[in-house]
Design a protein around this ligand. Structure first.
Ligand code: NZQ
Ligand code: ZN
Length: 389
């Protein structure tokens, strides 16, 4: 392992009943006027909203309601939240939802106290957060992004057609309440998309240097086997507590920075998906499901050592009788088979992206990373998009 400094400041409370047990005791961290951030209404239908408002009110908090955060949250929604927070003197934010709600709340926590334009200064380019964002706590209702355990927030600027991710440790939630039963009501398709997103995060980290055996890759292999097992079980029975609780923690482990230690990381599939989403508002996990096999077919020869290991250790494919290159490709095809088995989309058409979408323009807007095995050019990105049709 190379030298590193590790920090993750989020305190996690995990398990059935954790909200009732712990939330009221954590509210001092959010002050007297709490913004309750949530999405399009699932928390109202599930009863989670009423439960949390009850806890906030019994603890004497003034509640500032900030609902309607859409999947793939926009910068205008961030500005709306920041304006509301300033106007109402919000002292802390409680985000209740999936990645979109948590991400939007993190960006609001910065925009509510920063005097400049947070998009220009912190998302378009990497900035230095030398101020305290509003304190944030989260109640997770959907497994996938791992946003609960990092400072990452993905925001879409609609006019500029850019969807961008930044991870600022100062935006880590102070606390994360994770009750797996809250995820039971997630629609099947969203559950599969979230689970695939977690698998994608692990792969984006695993398929990068170093190739020597290392702790981060060991943990990643175990996590990938777990996500595959638990997604299959949760698809069979959405109320399988063991599967849903495993998935919730696997998703957090994928993005709590632990498996990134010592790793270069790739995230090229994410860069491609983010721009497809910026132009079409497609679902994040579903977009990744379309892109990954096509991308990996294109690069698995260059990363054959790691892809062959993936085939053997994650999919249980026997090495005997296969060359390293054949094994590498067999691992990618096993991944593609798993995506088909889950019923996730496998083409842009199935994702709802038609012929009219300007793939060349989108390819030109994709940020190119250099940590993976591909070292893609813009032409490569375009041919991957075309192969996804
Ligand atoms: O909006 P509501 O009504 O709450 O419904 C949501 C939404 O429609 C629904 N949902 C969530 N919990 C539910 C539920 N429905 C019923 N019962 C529940 N318990 O699920 C839908 C999708 O929610 P969303 O938050 O958009 O999904 P996800 O968690 O996959 O987040 C996606 C966003 O996170 C970004 C993505 O790009 C996308 O914008 N990402 C964030 C990352 C991070 N912060 O670290 C990393 C990821 O790579 C990702 O890019
Ligand atoms: Zn993701």
């Amino acid at each position: 392992m190379r030298s590193f400094i590790f920090e993750n400041s989020t305190k996690v409370y995990f398990g059935q009943g954790c909200v009732e047990e712990y939330l009221s005791g954590l509210l001092d961290q959010l002050g007297g006027t709490v913004m309750l951030a949530y999405g399009g209404g699932s928390v109202k239908r599930s009863g989670v909203y009423d439960k949390i408002v009850g806890i906030l009110k019994s603890a004497g908090r003034t509640v500032v309601d900030f609902g309607g955060i859409m999947p793939n949250p926009t910068y205008s929604k961030v500005l709306e939240g920041a304006g509301l927070a300033r106007e109402r003197g919000v002292t802390g934010i409680l985000a209740v939802g999936g990645g979109s709600v948590m991400d939007c709340a993190k960006a609001v926590s910065m925009a509510a106290v920063y005097e400049g334009d947070v998009w220009a200064d912190f998302w378009l380019k990497r900035g230095t957060v030398d101020f305290d964002p509003l304190p944030l706590g989260v109640v997770v209702t959907m497994s996938g992004t791992g946003s609960e355990c990092n400072g990452g927030a993905v925001v879409t600027h609609e006019e500029q057609k850019i969807k961008h991710d930044r991870d600022y440790p100062r935006c880590n939630p102070r606390f994360a309440l994770m009750d797996p039963t809250y995820t039971y009501s997630v629609p099947r398709f969203q559950m599969l998309c979230g689970g695939f997103d977690a698998l994608s995060h692990i792969m984006e980290i695993y398929f990068s240097g170093p190739d020597e055996e290392n702790v981060s890759d060991d943990i990643s292999e175990a996590l990938m086997r777990g996500v595959i097992r638990d997604l299959r079980a949760a698809a069979r029975d959405p109320e399988d507590y063991n599967a849903r609780s495993n998935l919730m923690w696997e998703a957090a482990m994928a993005e709590n920075r632990i498996i990134k230690l010592n790793k270069q990381t790739d995230f090229m599939a994410h860069m491609m998906e983010h721009q497809l989403s910026a132009y079409t508002d497609c679902c994040h996990g579903a977009g990744l499901a379309v892109l990954h096999p096509v991308y990996y077919r294109a690069i698995c020869e260059k990363g054959a050592v790691k892809f062959a290991r993936f085939a053997v250790r994650v999919w249980g494919i026997p090495a005997e009788g296969r060359t390293e290159a054949e094994l590498a490709l067999a691992g990618v095809e096993a991944l593609a088979g798993f995506i088909r088995e889950l019923g996730l989309p496998t083409t842009l058409g199935e994702l709802g992206i038609g012929e009219e979408v300007p793939l060349e323009e989108i390819a030109n807007s994709v940020m190119l990373t250099d940590g993976g095995y591909g070292q893609l050019t813009r032409e490569d990105v375009l041919s991957i998009f075309k192969a996804c049709r």
